[in-house]
Structure formats: C-alpha cells, structure tokens
Design a binder for this molecule. Structure first.
Ligand SMILES: [Cu+2]
Ligand SMILES: [Zn+2]
Length: 177
C-alpha cells in the first residue's frame, strides 16, 4: 500500500517532465503560411512547428486535383504568381540532394506527398527534418525567409533536384507565429 502511494505521487512529476518540451515547441517557435493559387485564391494553410527532434509540418490544401502532389519548403519567402519561381529551390541548408528515398538526400525542405481526395482537399502532417525556426545555421526564417509550395504532380522522392513534381500550383510565404 505504501509503495502504491509513492508511485501515485511520482507520476504527475514524470508526466510534467514529458509534456514540457512539447509545450515549448508550440508556443512561439513556429511558422505559418497562407497558401494561394496562381489566381491569388486562398487555398489552404501550412504550419511548421519546432520540437526537440526538429521541424514538423502540417499542411491543408484545397482546390487541387485529386491524387498526390509534391510538397516542399522552398528557400525564399516570395510567392510571385503565377509561376512562383520566386520561391527559389527547395530549402537545403545541409547541401544534400533531393528526396527522402535518395541515398544522397535529403533537402531539409522535402516533405512527403500531399494526397488530395475527390473533393480536391488534402492534409499532410509529417516530421520534416532537422532544423530550427529562427536560430542557428539551419534556421528556416533566415534573411530571405522561406515559402511552402504545392506542386501539380507527385514527387518521386528521388530525382534531384525537384522529384519531377512539375508546376508550382500553390505557394505561401512563411512568417513567425
Ligand atoms: Cu517544391
Ligand atoms: Zn527537394
């Protein structure tokens, strides 16, 4: 009985220790982008959160064709329609090749494909990789910022430097949140 009591006293403390890093990742150390299509139409949202193990991405996209779409963080925080080439190449502070399945990969900005359903809506939540939002050599929001881009075609997660993911159809400039 005495042993049970001391366990019950210890439990809340160990729980608090587990939860603390998650909370600090959710308050302040994040970035958000409103996605726009080539006509400037609101088309979803991207949120990037920093936690102890790196960056996490959560993207909701609307108004796109059903199926898989390449999704990346690009190196420049500029989305000039309609081509969105202003967003630059994939965010790649580590100097790697493209693709999560590429032995020479991966870009820090490479996310898994985003799959849209029959209504043209999709959501992708994934661990992105090592990195930070604002500080250090792997900072996402560096001097020229960063953007989230959704592509017309699936990313083969292998072919350098773009994964053959085709046209850039949605783009959103990341800002600190
Ligand atoms: Cu891209
Ligand atoms: Zn890439």
């Amino acid at each position: 009985m005495r042993r049970l009591t001391s366990l019950a006293l210890l439990l809340p403390m160990s729980l608090a220790a587990c939860v603390a890093p998650m909370q600090s990742g959710m308050t302040g150390s994040g970035a958000i982008a409103d996605l726009l299509d080539a006509n400037g139409r609101p088309s979803g949202r991207a949120i990037i959160t920093q936690s102890a193990d790196g960056l996490w991405i959560d993207v909701t996209a609307t108004g796109i064709t059903p199926g898989d779409h390449g999704l990346h963080v690009h190196a420049v925080g500029q989305c000039t329609a309609p081509e969105f080439t202003s967003a630059g190449p994939h965010w790649n502070p580590g100097g790697h090749q493209h693709g999560r399945k590429n032995p020479q990969g991966t870009h820090a900005g490479d996310a898994p494909n985003l799959r849209a359903d029959a209504t043209g809506k999709g959501r992708l939540k994934s661990w992105l990789g090592a990195g930070t939002i604002a500080n250090g050599p792997m900072a996402l929001l560096d001097a020229d910022g960063a953007a989230v881009v959704v592509h017309a075609d699936p990313d083969d997660e292998m072919t350098d430097p773009t994964g053959k993911s085709g046209k850039r159809i949605l783009c959103g400039v990341l800002r600190a949140r």
